[in-house]
Ligand binder design. Structure first.
Ligand code: GUN
Ligand code: ZN
Length: 447
């Protein structure tokens, strides 16, 4: 059932002038070709009173459109972060641990702070504002085990008009008592999820994700309950972690000896489907990848996290060969930046370490249209197509003398060379303005 939010006030018709870049199809791996790339330099993006893209045109619109002239800047659909942990802002960049240590030493203590409703609300506000300031307008987010931490994120997103998908974390073993659901009464956590689904799923731009932390921290009974929730309610997402490190995979093999692989734990539980987003997927085999393809589930590739925690190198070409979906994600606080340009630059380096090359088109598509389509939201976000909500971000082409010089040189080169240099050198300082459904929700103060 769709529960509409109160109708927003009509906004002024807005026209933004910039160099427009988006995608009409998935670009191909390898040497960059123009397939799927839509480049409209120095165009106007027209946004109607409902915050939807009305048109894109080379000429200035008539006077009843409020004009925002970002000539000489770049405009893309807002980035979509498909895996990020709101309560982990406090532990981003924590020293000296691999995944399992890092969870115990830094992450679980930080998540316990969210037991306080006021802290959860402050964190949700800080986090959603930070996403916008980093050029991300939509996200699939981990809250904590506390139901009110999911409420706080949904509230913060609704206040900002953002597309946000989140859910209460499910954990009922191998976690601190303060962060655990009751493993003797699975129905307890189920009731909490049901209540959140009733309050938020399909309300405005919010949707609920059944949020299984990872196979280690859920009993088989809890996994079964999570799958049943997914069957009971149309359009629910599923988010979890899979095959991030070898030590974690070995633990999962001990806990689920009957499973063929780590991914198979989720498969047997009935958790893999078209709206399932599994972070990492580094230590998968060909059979796992085939199951991802067959079920429609996707991997959220988290390069800054994988490098920072020393987890491993994601085999993106193998994913393409298997035909399963791949999006990109910050995975903050294991990841080291909320900014998806920095994330894509690290994704390039991950492939370089594997002896391969990621082109800017594949990378930027994964952060925009690819993510939107993968989440079943291609009708709403991810491109600059008329009718889509105007979730768009205006970026500088360069910042500081070195990047400016590089961009000056790159202007005389093929478009891919220029955009690739932008992707490698860019970061959140490049964000000039982030619009959500046509409303500027972040604007850089100093120019
Ligand atoms: N695996 C289980 N929990 C987490 C988490 O919070 N971050 C990452 N990177 N991996 C996980
Ligand atoms: Zn994660």
């Amino acid at each position: 059932m769709l529960k509409p939010m109160p109708m927003p006030m009509p906004m002024p018709k807005t026209a933004i002038r910039a160099d427009l870049l988006d995608f009409t199809a998935a670009p191909s791996w390898g040497s960059p070709s123009d397939h799927g790339v839509r480049w409209r330099p120095d165009h106007w993006l027209l946004i109607d009173e409902q915050g939807r893209i009305a048109a894109v045109q080379p000429e200035a619109p008539c006077a009843d459109w409020q004009q925002q002239d970002h000539r000489g800047r770049l405009l893309l659909p807002g980035f979509i972060d498909t895996h990020v942990h709101a309560p982990q802002l406090d532990v981003i960049g924590s020293w000296g641990a691999g995944l399992l240590d890092w969870l115990q030493t830094y992450t679980f203590p930080a998540e316990q702070r969210m037991a306080d409703v006021a802290v959860a609300r402050e964190t949700a506000a800080l986090f959603t504002d930070a996403l916008l300031a980093h050029g991300t307008t939509a996200a699939l987010v981990f809250a904590t085990v506390h139901a009110h931490s999911a409420d706080a994120l949904f509230e913060a997103a609704a206040q900002r008009g953002m597309r946000l998908i989140t859910g209460k974390v499910l954990m009922d073993r191998h976690a601190p008592a303060a962060l655990s659901d009751d493993s003797h009464d699975v129905a307890n956590a189920e009731r909490a999820c049901e209540a959140l689904i009733g309050r938020w799923h399909g309300r405005g731009r919010n949707a609920y994700a059944v949020t299984v932390r990872f196979a280690v921290t859920s009993t088989p009974a809890q996994l079964a309950m999570a799958a049943a929730l997914g069957r009971r309610h149309a359009g629910l997402y599923l988010q979890t972690h899979v095959a991030e490190t070898q030590a974690e995979a070995a633990w999962v093999a001990q806990l689920f000896p009957e499973a063929r692989s780590y991914l198979d734990v989720y498969d047997r539980a009935g958790l893999l489907h078209e709206r399932a987003v599994l972070a990492h997927g580094i230590w998968l085999d060909a059979q796992d990848r085939a199951r991802l393809h067959d079920t429609g589930a996707q991997i959220a590739h988290c390069p800054t996290s994988n490098l920072f925690l020393g987890s491993g190198l994601f085999d993106w070409p193998a994913a393409i060969a298997a035909g399963h979906r791949v999006s990109v994600a910050s995975d903050v606080g294991g990841g080291t930046s909320l900014n998806l340009l920095r994330t894509l630059a690290e994704a390039y380096k991950v492939q370089a370490l594997r002896g391969d090359k990621l082109n800017a088109w594949v990378a930027l598509h994964a952060a925009t249209r690819g993510a939107a389509v993968g989440l079943g939201l291609g009708h709403e976000i991810g491109t600059l197509e008329p009718g889509r909500l105007a979730d768009v971000v205006v970026w500088d082409w360069a910042h500081g003398p070195v990047a400016t010089q590089r961009d000056t040189v790159a202007r005389a080169q093929p478009l891919h060379a220029r955009v690739f240099a932008w992707m490698m050198l860019g970061d959140e300082r490049y964000v000039v303005a982030s619009y959500v459904a046509g409303v500027p929700r972040f604007q850089r103060k100093v120019d």
